[in-house]
Design a protein around this ligand. Structure first.
Ligand SMILES: [Zn+2]
Length: 238
């Protein structure tokens, strides 16, 4: 009977081990980290887009100011030229030349302003796209975090239940069996005991010698596999 209990203890311990592994791996399997990384990348992109937009908006303002200055300058020139104050032909020719140059500059400026305005419009659309992606990614992250939290709650509850069961079971097992089990279990990755099935050790799949087989029918005898050293249990006799 003790060996049967010990076998059940091993089954429980293996389940507990598996559960702990699941709890440990849950965060990386949940996709939460990837979702956080993707948000971080999107936020960087968003920041860079906004910085570029600000630079371009400033440039646009400067171009517009320069354009306004040209308009003012031309108005002034125009007034001087047509008020009739200036009679000097050479001076008038120089003024006309300046007017033409300013008109040329204004034309070039208008082209630049138009291009920049178009670029700013495109950037604003791109920023909106990034913001939508960010919003969606944040929602997905929230869902993944909620799922992870609920998975972990569930796994931890299950673990607490199994550990309580293990405690109750261990109390029913004599110390000499428990001690032996713990030593063998450590040596064999949690599988210090092996079931005998058709005269074969369930741990290493090697035949059990005839001499040992006899002892396996004594339910309280501790018989070990000669090949792998595991404590053998014949569940049919327990
Ligand atoms: Zn064996």
């Amino acid at each position: 009977m003790q060996l049967k209990l010990l076998w059940n203890l091993q089954e429980l311990d293996l389940s507990i081990m598996e559960l702990k592994k699941n709890i440990e791996e849950a965060p990386s399997l949940s996709g939460v980290n990837e979702a956080r990384e993707s948000i971080e990348a999107l936020e960087k992109e968003h920041l860079a887009q906004n910085e570029q937009l600000n630079v371009d908006r400033k440039s646009l303002k400067q171009l517009e100011m320069r354009e306004q200055k040209i308009v003012d300058e031309r108005n002034e020139l125009n007034e001087s030229m047509y008020e009739g104050k200036i009679k000097n032909v050479k001076e008038l020719t120089q003024m006309q030349r300046k007017m033409d140059l300013l008109a040329e500059e204004k034309k070039k400026l208008e082209e630049d302003i138009l291009l920049l305005m178009e670029s700013i419009e495109r950037q604003e659309v791109e920023i909106q796209v990034t913001e939508e992606k960010l919003k969606k990614s944040k929602q997905e992250l929230q869902e993944k975090e909620n799922q992870l939290e609920s998975d972990l709650d569930h796994l931890n509850q299950e673990l607490a239940k199994l550990e309580a069961e293990r405690g109750q079971l261990a109390e029913k097992i004599e110390k000499k069996y428990l001690d032996k089990y713990l030593i063998l279990s450590q040596k064999n990755q949690g599988q210090g005991m092996a079931r005998v099935d058709g005269d074969i050790c369930g741990g290493c799949r090697v035949f059990i010698s005839a001499a040992q087989r006899g002892h396996l029918y004594n339910p309280s005898a501790m018989v070990y596999c000669e090949n792998c050293g595991r404590l053998l249990v014949n569940l049919d006799c327990q």
